[in-house]
Write a protein that binds this ligand. Structure first.
Ligand code: SAH
Ligand code: SF4
Ligand code: F3S
Length: 434
C-alpha cells in the first residue's frame, strides 16, 4: 500500500505532513512519488490567502478521474482550509468523492479515520475545536534532511487583523522545554545538521517552568554536536535584547532573523493590529546590528491593505530602503472571511494592488541582487541539502538562507561545505567547493 501527500502552506504544514506520513508508515503504507500509484492521497491544505485555496481546489478537483478509475483509492483532505468555518461542507458538496476530511486539531486521530473510511464507504469528517495536545506521540517521517523541523509552539494569539491563522490553528500553546531539548538531542544524534524551531510567534514561547524563548534557544544551542539552529517566525512586538544576546553568544545560531514587518506605515500597522511602530522596528534592527553586524534580516510585506494610500504604500518602499533587508516575501492583501480586516471599508482596486506589488518586488529584488553580488570572491559556508538534477549541481544554504550551488563528484548532502563564490545570480550564489 502506497501513500502520496501534497502539501501547501508554511513550514508548520510541511512538518505536519511529515507527521501524517508518520501515521501512514505506522499503518504499513510506503511513500510513492506518483499519485497514480498511490492507494491513499492526502492533501494538507493552507488558507492564508485566497490563491492558496484556489490552488488546492483545482488540484483536488482533478482527482475525480483517478478515483473513478481506482475504486479503492482513498482521498483525504486536511489542514488549515478544512478547519476554516464552512469550508469542509463546501469541499464535501463540491467533491463528494473525498473520503476523509480532517481539521488541524484532528491530525493525531488520522489513523483511526482511515479505518473508519475503509469500513464506511462514505465521507468521514472530523473537525474539532478542541485544542490539540502539544505532545502527539507521532514519529514523523522526516523529509528535509539535513534539516529537521521541531515545533515549540502551536497556534497564535496575536489576531493580526488580516490573518486567519488564530482561527484555524487555535490558541497558542507551548511545548515543554525538556521535551523539546530531548527531541533536538535525539535528532543531532541521528545526524541532522540543522534544527529549525517552529512557531507562529516563537518569541512568545513560555515553558511550563517559565522558560522564555531566549532561554530555550540558549539551551538548544548549548547542546553538543556539529549542527546549526534556526527559528521562525519572530514578531517585532516581542523583540528583546535577550534574544540578541543569545544569538551573539552562540556560533551555532544562524545570524539570520526573519522579522515580518508587513508595512512601513504606522496607521496601517495599527489597523493591522501589529502593536509596534515603524520607528520601534527600525530601532530594534539598529540595536541588533550594533551587537551582531553581520546579522541579516528578511521580512514579510503586505501591500494594498484596506484604505492604504499611495503615500502610505511609499512608506513601505522607504522602509525597505532603510531596513536593508536581504530578501522578503511579498503579498497582495487577501481578505479572509471571519477576520477583522475583511469587514473593513476601503478595499484597494486590483489594478492598484498589482501595480504596488510590482513596484515593491522590483525594489526588493534589486536590493537582494546588490547584496548577493557582494559575495563574489568571498568564501561562504553552506550546509549541502540537495542535488539539482537540471543544473547537475549540489546546493545548500548559508546561515542567512542564501542558496549556494556547486559541482561535486561525490555526494556532499549533509556536509558543511566552504564555497568560493564565483558568480551571483539573484538570490543564488555559485561557487567552487574547497
Ligand atoms: N506567524 C507568522 C506567519 C504568518 S503567515 C508571522 O506572524 O509572520 C505568513 C505571512 O503571510 C504573514 O507574515 C503575512 O505577510 C502574510 N499574510 C497573512 N495573512 C495574509 C492575508 N490575509 N493577505 C495577504 N498576506 C497575508
Ligand atoms: Fe497571523 Fe499575526 Fe499570528 Fe502571524 S502573528 S500567525 S500574522 S495572527
Ligand atoms: Fe501555515 Fe497556511 Fe495554515 S500558512 S498555518 S498552512 S493557513
Amino acid at each position: 500500500m502506497n501513500y502520496h501527500i501534497v502539501t501547501y502552506g508554511c513550514q508548520m504544514n510541511l512538518h505536519e505532513s511529515e507527521k501524517i506520513a508518520g501515521i501512514l508508515k505506522e499503518k504499513g503504507y510506503t511513500e510513492q512519488s506518483s499519485m497514480e500509484e498511490a492507494d491513499i492521497i492526502v492533501f494538507n491544505t493552507c488558507c492564508i490567502r485566497e490563491n492558496a485555496e484556489n490552488h488546492a481546489f483545482g488540484n483536488i478537483g482533478a482527482l475525480k478521474r483517478l478515483k473513478r478509475e481506482k475504486k479503492d483509492l482513498l482521498i483525504a483532505v486536511g489542514g488549515c482550509m478544512v478547519q476554516e468555518e464552512g469550508k469542509a461542507n463546501l469541499l464535501k458538496e463540491k467533491f463528494p468523492f473525498i473520503d476523509i476530511l480532517f481539521g488541524t486539531h484532528d491530525l493525531p486521530g488520522f489513523g483511526a479515520l482511515i479505518d473508519a473510511a475503509r469500513a464506511r464507504k462514505k465521507t468521514v469528517i472530523s473537525i474539532s475545536d478542541e485544542r490539540r495536545e502539544t505532545e502527539d506521540g507521532i514519529s514523523p517521517v522526516r523529509t528535509s534532511y539535513p534539516n529537521a523541523w521541531v515545533n515549540i509552539t502551536y497556534g497564535c494569539n496575536n489576531f493580526c487583523s488580516y490573518c486567519i491563522v488564530p482561527y484555524v490553528r487555535g490558541r497558542e500553546r507551548s511545548r515543554n522545554a525538556d521535551r523539546i531539548l530531548n527531541e533536538v538531542a535525539a535528532l543531532i544524534k541521528d545526524g541532522y545538521k540543522e534544527i529549525t524551531l517552529l512557531g507562529q510567534n516563537v518569541d512568545s514561547y513560555r515553558g511550563e517552568d517559565g522558560t522564555t524563548f531566549p532561554q530555550l534557544l540558549d539551551r538548544v544551542a548549548s547542546l553538543e554536536g556539529d549542527f546549526r539552529v534556526r527559528f521562525m517566525t519572530s514578531h517585532p512586538k516581542d523583540f528583546t535584547e535577550d534574544l540578541v544576546a543569545v544569538m551573539k553568544k552562540h556560533r551555532k545560531i544562524c545570524k539570520h532573523l526573519h522579522l515580518p514587518v508587513q508595512s512601513g506605515n504606522d496607521r496601517i500597522l495599527r489597523l493591522m493590529n501589529r502593536r509596534y511602530t515603524r520607528e520601534k522596528y527600525l530601532a530594534d534592527l539598529a540595536a541588533l546590528r550594533r551587537e551582531i553586524p553581520d546579522c541579516e534580516v528578511t521580512t514579510d510585506l503586505i501591500v494594498a491593505f484596506p484604505t492604504e494610500t499611495e503615500e502610505e504604500f511609499r512608506d513601505t518602499l522607504s522602509l525597505v530602503e532603510e531596513a536593508d533587508f536581504s530578501s522578503a516575501f511579498m503579498f497582495i492583501y487577501s481578505p479572509r472571511k471571519g477576520t477583522r480586516a475583511a469587514e473593513m471599508e476601503g478595499r484597494i482596486p486590483e489594478e492598484v494592488a498589482k501595480d504596488r506589488i510590482a513596484r515593491l518586488i522590483a525594489l526588493v529584488n534589486s536590493k537582494t541582487r546588490e547584496k548577493s553580488a557582494k559575495y563574489v570572491g568571498k568564501t561562504v559556508e553552506i550546509l549541502c541539502e540537495d542535488f539539482d538534477e537540471k543544473k547537475n549541481m549540489y546546493l545548500g544554504r548559508d546561515e542567512y538562507g542564501r542558496m549556494g550551488y556547486f559541482r561535486s563528484e561525490r555526494n556532499r548532502i549533509g556536509e558543511f561545505v566552504n564555497l568560493k563564490i564565483t558568480e551571483a545570480n539573484g538570490i543564488s550564489l555559485y561557487g567552487e567547493a574547497e
